[in-house]
Design a protein around this ligand. Structure first.
Ligand SMILES: C[S@@+](CC[C@H](N)C(=O)[O-])C[C@H]1O[C@@H](n2cnc3c(N)ncnc32)[C@H](O)[C@@H]1O
Length: 368
């Protein structure tokens, strides 16, 4: 048991050193830009928990600084001494570049900061070479430090893939400063008690994709690669987790596109998961079970339990989120749970069903 615990915390620590690929950042950011090409215009963007000298986030925003019309870009990193695993990129952007600011006495104990401002554009060899103008931070770059908090307060938008093990704390750190954000998290974060109520109230939402939308993360060299979920690429060692999503409070178009759905009757007749069994009722929640997003009947007025992956297709004009199963937080089901039930997980004829969200349609005829 103790061995397992150590293994789990070692795995978690390694997940804190998963690095995001350029294509995945570009694919997600494009969706906001297409929706509103001024979404970052004249804004200060902070990329905390990053690595100015080689991170793909820093590289992406430096390259797109002018296209996005940014006012200022700030990227900070965590001191190497504090990292549980050191990620050594195969291709360091600055291998053969002069870095006069390099200081051996600070290199492991201090974080780094890189800033780019509109005024710099004419002065530096822009865009990529400008990246080697990083400086050392006063401290280790911990996002909770007063130094990085000050940068947070200066920023309009915070974008990063934060350490997975500190996700809840990191989100709270953003929200306490009331900032716009776009971050990567684990799919399970949807039902965290710190996250779900905000999603339910449409204060935060999923970005443009989850699961395979994020094609994989670059991992440290000593990360063991196994199975089909791991590969080597030009950029380094990649692990495809299929378990992550983008979380945001920035507007994008996908969330306003209603789902095309069948009627209740058609689902009963044609949907492979409904045909023959019909829509079943839970034993312990006042709702019907809908086992797949495409089996949501567009003309049903009652409460429906749907898989949490529904959120990837959720259009707030089409459906209202009522709650979720109680397994993650008491009171999540908004009174739908029969509290004399032995189980917080939903059951049908005594059989447990995986985590569910409860939804109800808003628009007449499901918006169609
Ligand atoms: C999941 S990695 C992602 C890095 C980078 N943002 C990217 O997506 O490529 C998280 C980074 O946060 C750093 N980190 C861990 N704890 C931190 C803390 N308390 N403050 C700031 N950074 C931290 C890790 O060392 C790691 O570099």
């Amino acid at each position: 048991m103790a061995g397992n615990k150590n293994l789990n915390s070692a795995a978690r620590a390694k997940n804190d050193e998963f690095y995001t690929q350029y294509d995945d950042i570009q694919r997600e950011l494009n969706c906001y830009y297409i929706y509103d090409e001024n979404f970052l215009r004249d804004k200060t963007v902070l990329l905390p928990c990053d690595d100015p000298e080689w991170s793909n986030f820093t590289k992406f925003f430096a390259l797109n600084f002018e296209l996005y019309g940014l006012k200022k870009l700030i990227s900070t990193s965590y001191a190497a001494d504090k990292k549980k695993f050191i990620y050594k990129p195969m291709r360091n952007l600055f291998d053969d570049w002069d870095e006069p600011q390099f200081d051996e006495s600070k290199d492991f104990s201090h974080g780094r900061i890189y800033t780019l401002e509109q005024n710099d554009l004419g002065k530096v060899d822009y865009p990529l070479k400008a990246l080697n103008r990083w400086e050392y931070l006063e401290g280790d770059g911990d996002f909770r430090s007063a130094e990085v908090k000050k940068l947070r307060d200066e920023a309009d938008v915070i974008i990063t893939n934060p350490p997975f093990s500190m996700f809840r704390e990191f989100l709270a750190w953003i929200l306490e400063a009331n900032k716009k954000f776009l971050i990567i998290g684990n799919i399970n974060c949807i039902t965290y008690k710190e996250v779900f109520p905000l999603i339910k109230d449409n204060k935060i939402w999923l970005g443009n994709g989850m699961g395979r939308w994020i094609s994989g993360f670059l991992v440290p060299e000593d990360y063991e690669l196994y199975g089909t979920e791991a590969r080597l690429s030009e950029e380094g060692r990649i692990v495809s987790t299929n378990q992550c999503l983008w979380l945001t409070n920035l507007e994008h178009g996908k969330r306003h596109r209603p789902l095309q759905l069948m009627t209740y009757k058609d689902c009963e007749q044609f949907h492979p998961k409904i045909r023959g069994v019909g829509f079943q009722k839970y034993d312990n929640y006042d709702a019907i079970e809908v086992p797949a997003t495409d089996a949501i009947p567009r003309d049903y007025n009652g409460v429906m339990g749907v898989p949490i992956t529904f959120l990837d297709k959720y259009c707030p004009e089409q459906f209202e989120i009522i709650g979720a199963t109680e397994s993650e937080g008491t009171g999540f089901s908004n009174g739908l749970w029969h509290d004399d039930s032995k189980f917080k997980q939903a059951t049908i004829n005594g059989q447990k069903v995986y985590k569910r969200l409860f939804i109800r349609r808003r628009l007449a005829n499901g918006g169609q």
